[in-house]
Design a binder for this molecule. Structure first.
Ligand SMILES: NC(=O)c1ccc[n+]([C@@H]2O[C@H](COP(=O)([O-])OP(=O)(O)OC[C@H]3O[C@@H](n4cnc5c(N)ncnc54)[C@H](OP(=O)(O)O)[C@@H]3O)[C@@H](O)[C@H]2O)c1
Length: 285
């Protein structure tokens, strides 16, 4: 059994590998080598986004790997600024074209507000319009599952109350030191699978003393402990690295965190993201 090939079942029975590769900050030119290396190491779940500017390179990496399309799970995200039906329809097709794919396995709305209004603006109507475009693409077979990212309970309620298809996934900031338990519980009740992004806090928590001490106790690295934590919470883990040695190490997770230590990691508060605080998702909003 391996997190690379073990899967969760989404509401619509689509299977999603538990461990994936994040590709934020892997630029378009570097993405083919990183993605094909990851797939060569057994990764089957690759996460990108329109905002990362690397969909072309990610698509090239998928093809370079030589692994059959149906064995791969590819996610991308609708730009957070798109809150309009026609623009969303066009952007979905543009992603497919850039990736060079007939379909993607998961398409997410990247955030409930455009980034410059993160957690401020009211985009209920716009999110519904973007969601309707995802629903249409889902029904036509261009997308195998649809979901959201950075959505809070109220943002999800807006879709569930008014749309025909409920989100199947919510991709959120989740790592040892930042565990939004109420949102996790809510999504669980709604059968929405959580994907943990920044499982190492965008790299900013790798030096944390408590996490480091616990990693030593288990004889593992801090990234391994952080990734295992998110998996044991029952979420998909999406660590980012372009380094094949890190990719390999991040998938070697043959240990178990005790219930007591899981609770300690859950209770930890490590939300100092250093310079990364400039990104809305780490701003504490
Ligand atoms: N939906 C959203 O709004 C959103 C927001 C943020 C992230 N995400 C997704 O989540 C993915 C992961 O999050 P993230 O990129 O923010 O950060 P992360 O995965 O928490 O951390 C990445 C950092 O950890 C380092 N790292 C990874 N494995 C390592 C290892 N074995 N040893 C030492 N260092 C290691 C990486 O450096 P190296 O590259 O040198 O290995 C990089 O600096 C993103 O790529 C993206 O796909 C989504």
């Amino acid at each position: 059994m391996s997190a690379l090939t073990d899967t969760y079942s989404l509401l619509n029975e689509v299977q999603i590998p538990k461990l994936g590769l994040g590709t934020w900050f892997i630029d378009d030119a570097a993405a083919p080598a990183a993605v094909s290396a990851a797939i060569g190491l057994g990764y089957r779940n690759i996460d990108t986004a329109q905002a990362y500017g690397n969909e072309r390179g990610v698509g090239e990496g998928l093809r370079r790997s030589g692994v059959a399309r149906e064995e791969l799970f590819v996610s991308t995200k609708l730009a957070a600024e798109i809150k309009d039906y026609d623009q969303a329809v066009a952007a979905i097709d543009e992603s497919l074209e850039k990736l060079g794919l007939d379909y993607v396995d998961l398409f997410l709305i990247h955030a409930p507000q455009p980034w410059d209004q993160f957690r401020d603006g009211d985009n209920a109507e716009g999110n519904l319009a973007a969601w309707n475009a995802l629903e249409v693409a889902y029904r036509s077979g261009k997308i195998r599952s649809i979901g959201v990212s950075n959505f809070l309970e109220k943002d999800i309620e807006n879709l569930i109350g008014k749309a025909e298809i409920a989100p199947q996934v919510n991709q959120i900031l989740l790592h040892a030191g930042n565990t939004p338990t109420e949102l996790l519980d809510y999504c669980k009740q709604q059968d929405i699978l959580i994907q943990a992004y920044s499982p190492m806090g965008h790299g900013e928590i790798l030096g944390n003393a408590e996490i480091t001490e616990m990693a030593h106790k288990y004889g593992v690295s801090v990234p391994q402990l952080c990734i295992k934590y998110t998996l044991q919470l029952g979420t998909v883990s999406l660590p980012k690295t372009a380094n094949p040695e890190h990719m390999k190490a991040n998938s070697e997770l043959d240990f178990e965190i005790s219930d007591h230590d899981m609770q300690s990691l859950q209770n930890l508060n490590v939300r100092d993201y250093g310079k990364s605080i400039a990104f809305p998702v780490y701003s504490g909003k």
